[in-house]
Design a protein around this ligand. Structure first.
Ligand code: 6PG
Length: 479
């Protein structure tokens, strides 16, 4: 038995930047003694040397790492989601005992988490998928944390996570999201909303530049001003930072020397795939995913640019255009969040999770990439006695969208007339108009489906399901 046996209440496996920062954050909090392990020991040695104040209990093999953990052993895996995660899980599961807790802090697919949780539960082990949002800085200073897993595991893990989470109104931005894969599901939706948020910011920037005629520094000032109001958010704040950045080599705005092809690690695609499967329209997130895909098709873009003979001139806009864009951004953001929360509701119903939406909004107010003042309003909306059918029904949001509606429409028109792509703004407006319309062309869709496929339809004036004998006398029969 070594002097460090059973001395650490929490362990971290995987000491790349995110893992190392999370370990440092844990070690800096009252009551935590942190065990650390990395497959290549050089990383472990470097972390211990660079941060002696952390008092890490360092191990260079997994047996020593496991031995250094006090019961119930609790280890957070911080390795790239995928095959590497399974290898580490297997290594810990072989050495852990009933009641111990294996935590996956990566951006794992929630279905993998549900599979892993089921398999480890059969061995008496707890497996918890935890969404950790806020990037490397958040991991060090205070992320928003979305744990799933069992109540039993949360009894041990929750208090530890509360020591390191971001805090808003002196409340830790962590909550037990729900059982098994609920945490990774909600993190996935967070990332999908992040994509939508970033797309809407990109469209605002593009319109202010190409139609408003503003230069990059002036646009940075506009975002800075927006960040002082209802649009205050981390993404709005850093947009100003990125736009102000000058390229050291050319002296040009950095944004003008970055290749305009957006990448993605996949969580936005997962969000759209799962929302479609759940029957939830997430147009804002989908348009953001598609916009990244379109940007990354240089051959098609080049081919169309060669083929088109003319492009529209930007529409002349007045002083008020900047504020119109702000209103359109806010309204489209409401739609994107409404769609994202609808997907959480549908996921909870599908997978049997009891997710408190107001708690999700609460913990997203700090630490995570989509942190924003506006989440206070969403938290309030979901704390009301009756849950709104959609956030767009909530009195606060209904009012703010109504106030911005005319501006929103002007921006969508100006974008279309100026040849500036604004799929986020326009799909959000179309979604809003669809929900607000008395009648939709879905009636005709039903008629067509019945004509070619006898798929039947319902009537507005009486109960039942009907079919018209299109190839016969066109009389209607009850199906
Ligand atoms: C977070 C971020 C993070 C995300 C990266 C890259 O919550 O800290 O969402 O989890 O993976 O920002 O995401 P994409 O490459 O998919 O844009």
């Amino acid at each position: 038995m070594s002097s460090t046996t059973g001395t650490a209440n929490i362990g971290v496996v995987g000491l790349a930047v995110m893992g190392a920062n999370l370990a440092r954050n844990l070690a800096g909090r009252e009551g935590n003694t942190v065990a650390v392990f990395n497959r290549s020991p050089e990383r472990t040695r470097r972390l211990v040397q660079e941060h002696p104040e952390a008092g890490f209990v360092a191990s260079e093999d997994l047996d020593d790492f496991v031995a250094s953990l006090s019961r119930p052993r609790t280890a957070i895996i911080m390795v790239q989601a995928g095959k590497g995660t399974d290898a580490v899980i297997d290594g810990l599961a072989e050495r852990f005992e009933a009641g111990d807790i294996i935590v996956d802090g990566g951006n794992a697919n929630f279905e993998d988490t549900m599979r892993r949780e089921r398999a480890l539960r059969e061995r008496g082990l707890n497996f918890v998928g935890v969404g950790i949002s806020g990037g490397e800085e958040g991991a060090l200073r205070g992320p928003s944390i979305m744990p799933g897993g069992s109540e039993e595991a949360y009894a041990t893990l929750g208090p530890i996570l509360e020591t390191i989470a971001a805090r808003v109104d002196d409340e830790p931005c962590v909550t037990h999201v729900g059982t098994d894969g609920a945490g990774h599901f909600v993190k996935m939706i967070h990332n999908g909303i992040e994509y939508a948020d970033m797309q809407l910011i990109g469209e605002s920037y593009d319109l202010l530049r190409r139609v408003g005629g503003h230069d990059v520094d002036a646009i940075a000032d506009v975002f800075g001003a927006w960040n002082d109001g209802d649009l205050q958010s981390y993404l709005i704040e850093i947009t100003g930072e990125v736009l102000r950045q000058r390229d050291a080599t050319t002296g040009e705005p950095l944004v003008d020397v970055i290749v305009d092809q957006a990448g993605s690690k996949g969580t936005g695609v997962w969000t759209v795939q799962n929302a479609v499967g759940l029957g939830i329209p997430v147009g804002g997130i989908a348009e953001a995913v598609f916009a990244r895909a379109v940007s990354s098709k240089p051959e098609q873009r080049e081919a169309v640019r060669r083929a088109v003979t003319s492009r529209p001139d930007p529409v002349a806009v007045g002083e008020g255009f900047e504020d119109d864009v702000r209103a359109a951004l806010y309204a489209s953001k409401v739609v994107a969040y409404a769609q994202g929360f609808d997907a959480i509701i549908a996921g909870a119903e599908q997978y049997g999770w009891d997710i408190d939406l107001s708690e999700i909004a609460r913990i997203w107010r700090g630490g995570c990439i989509i942190r924003a003042r506006f989440l206070n309003r969403i938290m309030d909306a979901y704390r009301r006695d009756t849950r709104p059918a959609t956030l767009l029904e909530d009195p606060y949001f209904a009012d703010v969208v109504a106030q911005g509606e005319a501006a929103w429409r002007r921006v969508v028109v100006v974008a279309a007339q100026s040849g500036v792509p604004a799929p986020g703004f326009s799909s959000a407006l179309a979604y809003y108009d669809a929900l607000a319309s008395e009648r939709l062309p879905a009636a005709l869709t039903q008629g067509l489906r019945d004509f070619f496929g006898a798929h039947t339809y319902r009537r507005t004036d009486r109960e039942g399901t009907f079919h018209t004998l299109w190839s016969g006398d066109r009389s209607e029969v009850e199906a």
